[in-house]
Design a protein around this ligand. Structure first.
Ligand code: ADP
Ligand code: MG
Ligand code: MG
Length: 526
């Protein structure tokens, strides 16, 4: 990217106005939008909550090495296989989770929900069209993973001529967001190119062929439709539906709506949005643990839920009382397919990522037996260390406490959704303030340093121009059936489901768009 110092070029006022007008109109016309923050509207200016604004976006697609893009896509199915294997291997996961339960209350609570359901037996309703019987199976539950593996471009600092490659930032197994807006932003950049909003001097870099379409909307919807289909029709003759379990309020609602509408439109599946705090009000289990949903707007109607898609429930703050945990338990006990189950959610912890990335560890081979595939996955790992008292942990503790070495690392707790990590020079002080007994609840990861590039971000009506850092997310859909709870499973669907590029100002360590740091972007492959 150093070879493209002029990207994006400065524009004259007229050209910039044309670009911005085109962008603002297209984004609202196509739902590349978010609800405004409270800082921008009040009960007086928007009493009915009707306003929406353009989502934070980049004006130009960011440059991204084609080899890196292809590399990340090429391991998508392997990652699906890896994480479905981990989520099916309760014994293995237990060893990892047990290191956390005494020091991380949230993980402990999730594990408790899993154990309660395990004791009773995981439910799975299976219907056959011919003999209308209901079989309650103690094992073999169906699972849907809609994953997103996040990467940054890495170049070897000692060898500037070496080919860039991607290194994984993290692997998300719950509420992987922005699949909805990603498809829109990739279409936006293609549109801006088509209407001549980009200066002609860029024609040697940006072309329609260099802008890969993001297929995350149809991809994620297809994953859900497959799960819905495998669940089958209701034995009791009820209409069926998919539940989007959501936070309330939710600014990023259109991101979710795009996937919902695609599920309705492309697959004829009925969907409802259920706020996380209303599970016990609006759903119940019947004697066979089928999950039944009655919409508050039509309480006399009842739907059998085939799939619960979580866009909530990943953060401790969402569980405000025991009632919220009871709601989570109700869903986990139910026969509905969960995306994700508790075990799949736990498979996505940073601790699991660290255990897999430990040099010479046997774990990756165990879950991905094909050597070539395991090697391809291994290449995407960045160095990650435990913060426990093992030999590697002791080494990591030294690196993290020393201000000179700490600047190369990020310290991460077992949390999702952005805003939870401790970066670089803040790490030694953070550790001083944190009881040593809590250190093992974190992992220490080497910072990936992507090559410098520039872009212009349009956020809250303002333009921010400058150095940026891009993070590529590759979505994956995986539907599988657990066969023995010990790792044996049957994979029914496994496919890559589109991409996301998020871009943040290089001054910010965090990358989350919803957390207020980044913007949605698309890739211009070079
Ligand atoms: P979360 O689950 O909260 O999204 P992440 O592991 O993705 O946690 O960290 C949040 C952000 O921090 C990322 O989007 C990225 O911008 C930055 N980050 C995390 N790990 C690294 C890393 N190893 N190198 C560079 N940046 C990182
Ligand atoms: Mg992240
Ligand atoms: Mg995450």
């Amino acid at each position: 990217m150093a070879a493209y110092p002029e990207y994006p070029p400065d524009q004259g006022d007229e050209q910039q106005n044309y670009l911005l007008t085109s962008l603002k109109d297209w984004s609202i016309a196509h739902g590349l939008a978010v609800r405004p923050t409270i800082a921008y509207v009040s009960a007086e200016t928007d009493p009915s909550g009707a306003l929406a604004t353009t989502a934070p976006v980049t004006l130009f697609p960011s440059l991204f090495p084609r080899v890196c893009f292809e590399q990340a896509k090429s391991v998508a199915q392997d990652y699906n296989e890896l994480y479905s294997a981990i989520a099916s291997d309760e014994e293995w996961l237990k060893q990892t989770v047990e290191e956390l339960v005494d020091i991380d209350d949230f993980i402990a609570q999730l594990w408790k929900v899993h154990l309660a359901v395990k004791q009773e037996g995981y439910a799975q309703v299976r219907s056959t069209r011919h003999i209308q019987i209901l079989e309650l199976m103690m094992i073999e539950p169906l699972n849907l993973g809609l994953f997103r593996s996040d990467y940054m471009v890495h170049t070897d600092p000692a060898n500037a001529q070496s080919r860039p490659c991607v290194k994984q930032v993290e692997f998300n197994t719950i509420a992987s967001s922005f699949g909805g807006l990603s498809t829109q932003v990739s279409a936006l950049h293609k549109y801006l190119l088509a209407v001549g909003a980009y200066p002609g001097t860029l024609s040697s870099i940006i072309s329609d062929a260099a802008l890969p379409e993001s297929t995350s909307v149809p991809g994620l919807a297809l994953g859900m439709a497959k799960a819905h289909e495998v669940y089958g029709p209701s034995n009791g003759g009820l209409p069926t539906c998919v539940i989007f379990l959501v936070q309330d309020p939710e600014r990023n609602v259109f991101d979710q709506r795009h996937v919902e509408y695609a599920l309705n439109r492309n697959h004829g599946v009925k969907t409802f949005r259920l706020p996380f705090g209303r599970v016990l009000e609006d759903t119940k289990l019947d004697a066979d643990r089928k999950l039944l949903y009655s919409p508050p707007h039509a309480p006399s109607k009842q739907f059998e839920v085939t799939l619960v898609y979580f866009r909530a429930g990943y953060s401790p703050a969402e569980y405000q009382s025991q009632r919220d945990w009871d709601g989570r338990l109700q869903i986990e006990r139910s026969a509905a397919i969960k995306c994700p189950s508790i075990l799949t959610q736990l498979a996505g912890t940073k601790k699991v990522q660290q255990v897999l990335a430990t040099p010479h560890s046997p774990h990756l081979k165990r879950f991905v037996p094909d050597e070539a595939r395991a090697a391809a996955v291994l290449k995407t790992f960045a160095p990650i260390y435990p913060m426990d008292k093992s030999e590697a942990g002791q080494e990591a503790r030294k690196l993290a406490q020393d201000p000179e070495t700490a600047v190369r690392y990020v310290l991460k707790p077992q949390r999702e959704g952005g805003g939870n990590n401790v970066y670089r020079k803040a790490i030694p002080h953070f550790l001083k303030e944190t009881p040593e007994t809590h250190w093992p609840a974190h992992i220490l990861m080497e910072m990936i340093e992507p090559p410098a590039q520039s872009n212009v971000i349009f956020r809250n009506g303002e333009l921010q121009k400058g150095g940026v850092i891009c993070e590529l997310g590759i979505y994956g859909a995986c539907l599988w059936k657990d066969e023995d709870g010990k790792g044996r499973r049957k994979i029914l669907e496994n496919f890559e489901a589109g991409y996301l590029l998020r871009t943040k100002g290089s001054g910010s360590e965090e990358g989350g768009v919803a957390a207020g740091f980044g913007s949605v972007d698309s890739a211009c492959l070079i």
